[in-house]
Design a protein around this ligand. Structure first.
Ligand SMILES: *Cc1c(COP(=O)(O)O)cnc(C)c1O
Length: 466
């Protein structure tokens, strides 16, 4: 399988190349040159596979020649063997129509583990084939950092430098990162905000003094391999609910549009999805874009669902590219306009294409709290604030009664205990596997909000690319 850039001028790469590259050199994002498709019979034959077997089947056409089918199955078996639930992503029924797909049984209690556990193994596999070293640099407001660190800790040929804004992540989130003492893990607390940390990371990707010496890689959802891994659980859930004979709707708590784009990919591959519901909190750029064609950046309002407090959704570009006839030059021009004015209008083709599969909704803090309470009082389930946005959107979406609606549960409620307790009076406890988090030693550098200090720290500790 070839991967092409959404902006049309970067060289095409194979799966291995796209996995190690992250962002394309023309500023675009890599997408497969075409969508692989399964027939209804092929999908029906997937029923009853284990999660690892299903994952290998779904990923095989994307991976192409980069891995044999046997090796791919070994990697999915290893990645998903680390989950605390045997079903990996168990499906729970809430009422006649509503279901939740629990994606938080990985090591760091958020859905990002599903993709990053696999990505960590892919990095190690591909780097092991040559003498290359990879330097991962990222910024996190919480969940991505811990999931990425867990996925690469102790692995050969990879160093990870994870920046977080000092004092602005929760104690659980910080300790999930800083108590990993593996020598290739470098946590850096930065004076300033998440946006300051993120800006330093972007600058480093474009700093020739750094990129000449180090192969700097990305672990956020601009990396195609992450999205590929997320396609699997759409198939897993739909198969359990009777696909391909029966259609299913999904409601997806959304920030960077990565998780819900994986649902779009599943639909392109032949999975019968009636609707993909894009659930935002009050940071609603995607809701405005899908409902009115208006993709314009507002200011971020902090909410109880911080992983969705985003005003620019990187992966939306992948959807616009596909709906706009895969015209890289047009996409480059559209994104250039957005970067200059922080606003753009969707074309008619993009709006109509999106309306065929997507609908969207925005959940305010009162509805979020009321939905957490509803799930507890009516179903005995504690859900986290991100999942609550999804479930609120699902319950108000007007999907026809015979069609099951699956909300993706993106974080364990114990990651956000205060919000859950405020709505239900119950404080969710951390699962036993992370229970001694508060007794472990922490390791973290503290640096000023100054790019040169951060670059010097990375240069001092990272392995050069060859
Ligand atoms: C990252 C995250 C999201 C948003 O996912 P995207 O792929 O960025 O849309 C939602 N919920 C939780 C808990 C997350 O960590």
């Amino acid at each position: 399988m070839d991967y092409i850039s959404t902006r049309g001028s970067a060289p095409a790469l194979d799966f291995e190349g796209a996995t190690l590259a992250g962002l394309a050199s023309d500023g675009g994002l890599y997408v497969p040159a075409e969508w692989p498709r399964f027939t209804a019979d092929e999908i029906a034959a997937m029923a009853g596979l284990s999660y690892a077997e299903l994952a290998a089947k779904i990923m095989a056409p994307f991976v192409g020649e980069s891995l044999t089918n046997e090796r791919l199955l070994e990697l999915t078996t290893e990645a998903y063997g680390r989950f605390a639930h045997k079903a990996v992503t168990p499906l729970k029924q809430l009422d006649e129509q509503q279901w939740v797909l629990e994606l938080f049984h990985g090591p760091t209690l958020a859905f990002k583990d599903v993709a990053l556990q696999m990505l960590g193994l892919l990095f190690e596999e591909f780097l092991g084939r040559s003498e290359r070293n990879l330097t991962i640099v990222g910024a996190t407001s919480g969940d991505t950092g811990s999931a990425a660190i867990d996925a690469v800790a102790g692995r050969a040929k990879v160093d990870i430098f994870m920046l977080h804004p000092e004092g602005r992540v929760s104690d659980v989130q910080r300790r999930q990162m800083t108590t990993v003492l593996a020598p290739n893990v470098y946590n850096i607390a930065i004076e300033g905000s998440f946006d300051d940390a993120q800006a330093m990371v972007k600058r480093m990707f474009n700093d020739a003094a750094m990129t000449d010496r180090f192969a700097i890689g990305a672990v956020n959802s601009i990396n195609w391999a992450r999205l590929m891994a997320q396609v699997v659980y759409y198939f897993s859930a739909a198969l359990q609910l009777g696909a391909p004979a029966r259609e299913v709707a999904f409601s997806v708590p959304t920030g960077n549009f990565g998780d819900v784009f994986a649902g779009y990919v599943a639909a392109q591959m032949g999975l019968p999805i009636t609707k993909l519901i894009v659930a935002t909190n009050v940071n609603d750029i995607l809701h405005r874009a899908l409902a009115h064609g208006d993709y314009s950046q507002g200011t971020v309002t902090p909410t109880a669902a911080p992983s969705m407090d985003i005003q620019v959704s990187s992966n939306f570009e992948r959807l616009l590219f596909d709906l706009g006839g895969r015209d890289g030059a047009a996409m480059a021009a559209q994104m250039k306009g957005f970067e200059a004015t922080r606003a753009m209008q969707l074309t008619n083709a993009q709006r109509e294409g999106a309306a065929a599969l997507f609908q969207s909704s925005r959940t305010d803090p009162d509805a979020m709290a009321a939905t957490i309470r509803w799930a507890w009082e009516n179903c005995g389930e504690l859900i986290d604030p991100h999942t609550a946005c999804g479930l609120h959107a699902a319950r108000t979406a007007g999907i026809a009664p015979g069609t099951p609606v699956v909300t993706l549960a993106t974080a364990h409620p114990a990651k956000f205990p205060d919000a859950v307790e405020r709505s239900t009076g119950h404080r969710p406890s951390l699962p036993a596997r992370v229970g001694d988090l508060f007794d472990r030693e922490e390791k973290c550098a503290h640096l000023p909000g100054d790019y040169d200090a951060v670059a010097a720290y990375v240069a001092q500790h990272a392995e050069p690319k060859i």
